[in-house]
Design a protein around this ligand. Structure first.
Ligand SMILES: [Zn+2]
Length: 248
């Protein structure tokens, strides 16, 4: 039997209406035994932590999604600092830049920088969200040397091999999700084939990209097929990579 880690799963998403934990038993039976819940809105942080405290193998990565950057406040900052010292909190996320939705990028950048400072102070890795703001986000990560100091995951990767290689060089892992299962995906399979094995981690980004946590097994199978690995090898490698990021 193998064991997989879902590095990005919104078990607390409003769309799931509180049924996220019902998804865990079948997911565990299919070989997934650790789940990282990234933050989206400030109002979700307490609930994510409670979920992580109640459910074995569930961990929280609180943070404010750039699309909701306008929720940032002194109180939110205080709360995130407090949460960052909780044992079930293994990262700050998902944070980044989104040029398609949310407030103006300058505002998103300010909120991102404040959250990166909290991650630096706590020594926690980061889960990164990016949409059409790659150059700016890379500049900030480089400037603050986040990858080398903290590590983290560029979640939902769909870019080119050369971008993935830059990220790996900066100290980040590449979050490979259900985009890999799309027949039309071209760039991501190439990146999965060419990247160092130590760069690959798996995610579902449920409920946005998957309905069932077991989709992670399908993603792992696809990685296995592309790399010429067995499913067990794929699980061992990606689990070790995720452990390296999250430190459990
Ligand atoms: Zn997400």
């Amino acid at each position: 039997m193998f064991s997989l880690i879902d590095s990005h799963i919104h078990l607390d998403a409003p769309e799931l209406a509180g049924t996220g934990t019902d998804l865990l038993p079948p997911a565990r039976l299919s070989g997934i035994d650790k789940f990282i819940i990234p933050g989206v809105r400030v109002s979700g942080w307490r609930g994510m932590l409670a979920l992580a405290q109640q459910q074995p193998g569930v961990f929280a990565a609180p943070g404010l999604h750039p699309v909701f950057a306008e929720q940032w406040s002194a109180a939110a900052e205080r709360q995130l600092r407090e949460l960052s010292s909780e044992p079930q909190v293994v990262a700050i996320g998902e944070i980044g830049l989104d040029a398609v939705a949310g407030p103006p990028l300058a505002e998103q950048e300010q909120v991102l920088r404040e959250q990166l400072q909290i991650a630096l102070d706590a020594g926690l890795p980061v889960l990164l969200h990016n949409r059409k703001a790659t150059g700016r986000l890379l500049d900030i990560l480089r400037e603050l040397d986040i990858g080398r100091q903290l590590g983290g995951i560029w979640h939902g990767f769909s870019g080119s091999l050369s971008l993935a290689q830059q990220l790996v060089q900066l100290g980040f892992k590449i979050g490979v999700g259900p985009i890999l299962l799309c027949e039309t995906a071209r760039k991501l399979p190439q990146a999965v084939v060419e990247l160092p094995a130590a760069a690959l981690v798996l995610e579902t980004d449920l409920p946005d990209m998957a309905e069932q946590p077991e989709t992670l097994v399908a993603v792992a199978q696809k990685v296995a097929e592309l790399r010429g690995w067995s499913l067990e090898e794929t699980a061992r490698i990606t689990t070790e990579n995720a452990r390296q990021v999250f430190g459990f």
